[in-house]
Write a protein that binds this ligand. Structure first.
Ligand SMILES: O=C(O)CCC(=O)C(=O)O
Length: 287
C-alpha cells in the first residue's frame, strides 16, 4: 500500500521560523526609528545637551524705537555661574572671523600693560601680565568683521555698543599668563574714576592644547579664606575654544564690585592662546 508522504515539517521550520522572526524584528526597528524621527523638533540637539528653547517660533514683532531694530536676536548661551555672573557663548564667531582678527592684530603686538594701583610701579608689577597685545576699534577694521562682532556682543550683553572700549587682542605664548585681578577699578585702590567697567566679553580666537584657561578662583565664595595666591590656577576654569565667547559682569546690579569676578588667565602649557577682550563700561566710551 502506498503510504501518503508525510510533509517535511522539520525542513519548513528550519527555513521559515528564523525568516519570520527576522522580518518581525526589522519591522519593529523600522517603526522605532520612524517614531523617533517624527518626535524630534530640532535636528541638531546632541545627546545630553540641555536645550531650554528648542521650538522655533514665528514672532509678531513690535514697532521698534529709534535706537532699536526690527529683528529678533537668537544667541545661544550657557550660564556658567551666577557668582560671578558668567555666561558662555558657543560658536559666537566663525573660524574665518577669528583668523582675520588674529591677522589684523599680529603686526601691532606689544607687551601687555597694566593699570597701576596707587602703590604700584612697572617694576614691582613685572610678571603679573606677560602676554602681548594691541588695541583695535571696529571703526579701524575696514573688513567689517569687528563691526559684526561688536554688534553681536552688544546684543549678547544687552549693553549699548557705545559703552565698549576698543578690542584688546591678546596673544599668550608658552608659559604666559595673567594673574588674578579685577577688571573694575575700585576708587580706593585706583583713585576717582570717570567711568567704571561693568562687564567683559572674551572672544577666544584659538584653541589651546593645554592650559590657558580663564579662571575664576572665587567662584561662589571658593578660596576666599584669605590664603589665595593670585598666581594659582584654581576655581571655575573656562577652556579657550576658537570662536567661543565668555561674558562676565564685574559689577552687581546695584553697581558695586562683585568680589567673585576676580579672574585671570592660567599659563599656557602647550600651544598658543589668542583672545579678543572687550571691556564694557557704565557710560559712553570715547576712544
Ligand atoms: O585671557 C584671559 O583669559 C583673561 C583676560 C583678562 O583677564 C583680561 O583681559 O582682563
Amino acid at each position: 500500500m502506498k503510504t501518503k508522504a508525510k510533509p517535511n515539517w522539520s525542513l519548513k521550520t528550519k527555513i521559515g521560523l528564523p525568516f519570520v522572526f527576522l522580518a518581525c524584528l526589522l519591522f519593529f526597528l523600522a517603526g522605532l526609528f520612524a517614531s523617533t524621527l517624527l518626535s524630534q523638533d530640532i535636528s541638531d540637539v546632541r545627546p545630553g545637551e540641555r536645550v531650554l528653547e528648542a521650538v522655533k517660533k514665528e514672532y509678531n514683532l513690535m514697532p521698534n524705537g529709534e535706537t532699536g531694530d526690527d529683528s529678533i536676536t537668537d544667541i545661544p548661551f550657557q550660564v556658567l555661574s551666577w557668582w560671578p555672573r558668567a555666561l558662555y557663548f558657543p560658536n559666537f564667531a566663525t573660524a574665518e572671523q577669528c583668523k582675520a582678527i588674529i591677522d589684523m592684530a599680529k603686526p601691532g603686538l606689544r607687551p601687555s600693560t597694566l593699570a597701576l594701583r596707587k602703590w604700584e610701579t612697572n617694576e614691582n608689577t613685572k610678571g603679573i601680565r606677560t602676554s602681548s597685545g594691541m588695541f583695535i576699534s571696529a571703526a579701524e577694521d575696514k573688513s567689517g568683521i569687528l563691526d559684526i562682532i561688536e554688534e553681536k556682543i552688544a546684543r549678547a550683553s544687552k549693553l549699548p555698543r557705545i559703552h565698549g572700549e576698543a578690542f584688546n587682542v591678546l596673544r599668550y605664548e608658552l608659559g604666559q599668563k595673567y594673574n588674578s585681578h579685577y577688571d573694575a577699578f575700585s576708587p580706593d585702590e585706583y583713585g576717582p574714576q570717570k567711568s567704571q567697567r561693568v562687564a567683559s566679553f572674551l572672544l577666544y580666537l584659538s584653541d589651546v592644547e593645554e592650559g590657558g584657561e580663564t579662571m575664576f578662583p572665587f567662584e561662589n565664595g571658593m578660596n576666599t579664606d584669605g590664603t589665595y595666591d593670585y598666581q594659582a590656577c584654581v576655581g571655575l576654569k573656562v577652556k579657550p575654544r576658537r570662536g567661543d565667547g565668555l561674558l562676565f559682569y564685574s559689577l552687581f546690579p546695584n553697581g558695586t564690585i562683585d568680589p567673585t569676578s576676580l579672574h585671570g588667565s592660567c599659563p599656557v602649557i602647550k600651544g598658543e592662546k589668542w583672545v579678543a577682550t572687550k571691556w564694557i563700561r557704565d557710560q559712553e566710551q570715547f576712544d
